[in-house]
Design a protein around this ligand. Structure first.
Ligand SMILES: Cc1cc2nc3c(=O)[nH]c(=O)nc-3n(C[C@H](O)[C@H](O)[C@H](O)COP(=O)(O)O)c2cc1C
Length: 350
């Protein structure tokens, strides 16, 4: 329990709230390494996405795994295909005051406020660790900003860093110069943002979209791809409010927050299906609510090539390795020899 608590604290996510910490501790001792041997590239669960090889389709979700080092004591980083880093902004961000996370029956609500050490410190202190210790684990750098220039500055500054494989642009943040409208909700701003990032890197760029886009998510995804995105990450958290009825106040200090965990699963799977239908062949990372191998299979069938795991790993640090193993077990049971053949094979009722 202490270990998990420390990992959460290092991530800046330790709310100090008892129920969350207790659930996170998973009650039993957590081994540092899973019993699962690390899959090797070339094995049946290895996938090739956007020109990169992943040892399996499981990617740790941004904001739930720090920059790798913070969770290395409790999560087996050699048992996953990749990691998406905590959001990186140009300047350091302290984030919101506690409480920043709280559990509810369907998952978790958070309003961390994109706390991170800022571009310079991330480049100097945080990014070198993963390629030095887990060179087979692919790294997406998750990027946030308040202007188009912020995104281009960060991508341009990190594109040649060792161990940076790809970028993931979190466009669910307010465009300060356009009155605070989210980039992802404004096709003109999104086009400018993605093309500015594309001008400063040759690496794959994934644009991470919000589930609030509903049926419009496919149009937004198309804008991103038309302007240079390699792929999409679907989905970010869903806005929500969880109330402490005794205090008659929101559970978390910011008030509203982002919903993650099981409640998000069918929402993310539908978003993935919509985008994969509209943009066949475009690489997708599906995430939201994955806590078992079969949840991950749902995303693959809906059109994803990679599957993110966030909240489930906060609750049980062994979950990512278990999900990777369960994916293979599912494939074995179903007679599927190569996981990448599953992508987009969902059969829609006629
Ligand atoms: C504590 C926490 C922090 C997060 N921070 C970020 C972030 O910095 N950037 C980002 O793009 N998404 C962030 N997310 C969203 C996750 O990457 C993911 O999209 C979402 O949690 C849904 O996946 P899950 O249900 O597996 O957690 C965060 C989620 C949580 C729970």
């Amino acid at each position: 329990m202490q270990r998990e608590r420390r990992a959460l604290h290092d991530l800046g996510e330790d709310s100090g709230q008892q129920d969350f910490v207790t659930a996170t501790a998973t009650a039993t001792a957590t081994p540092t390494k899973s019993a699962t041997p690390a899959a090797v590239p070339g094995s049946p669960d290895a996938v090739h996405v956007a020109g990169l090889e992943f040892r399996n389709p499981v990617v740790l979700a941004s904001g739930t795994a720090g920059f790798g080092q913070e969770i290395a004591d409790v999560v087996d980083l050699d048992a996953v295909g990749g990691i998406s880093t905590k959001a990186v902004s140009v300047a350091p961000r302290p984030g919101n005051p506690p409480l920043r996370v709280s559990e509810f029956a369907g998952g978790m609500i958070n309003a961390i406020g994109l706390a991170n050490p800022g571009l310079d410190e991330v480049r100097r202190r945080y990014l070198p660790w993963l390629p030095a210790h887990h060179p087979g684990t692919r790294v997406f750098v998750n990027v946030v900003g308040n202007s188009v220039d912020d995104f281009a500055t960060i991508v341009g500054a990190l594109t040649d860093e060792a161990g940076v494989d790809a970028f993931e642009l979190n466009v669910s943040c307010p465009n300060v110069k356009a009155g605070g409208l989210e980039f992802g909700a404004d096709p003109v701003a999104l086009a400018a943002l993605v093309s500015a990032a594309r001008r400063v890197t040759k690496r794959p760029i994934f644009v991470k979209l919000s589930p609030t886009l509903g049926a419009g998510i496919a149009d937004t995804a198309r804008v991103a791809v038309d302007n240079g995105a390699t792929g999409l990450t679907l989905v970010n958290t869903m806005p929500g409010l969880v109330v402490d009825t005794h205090r008659r106040k929101p559970r978390i200090s910011f008030g509203s927050g982002g919903i993650s965990g099981p409640a998000l699963l069918p929402i993310g799977v539908l978003a993935t299906w919509r985008v994969s239908r509209a943009l066949p062949g475009v690489p997708l990372i599906g995430l939201g609510g994955v806590s078992t191998g079969e949840d991950a299979v749902q995303y693959l069938l809906a059109g994803a090539s990679l599957v993110g795991v966030g909240t489930a790993a906060l609750r049980d640090p062994r979950a990512p390795a278990r999900i990777a193993r369960q994916l293979l077990e599912w494939a074995d049971r179903e007679g599927v020899r190569d996981l990448s053949t599953l992508t987009g094979t969902l059969q829609w009722p006629s």
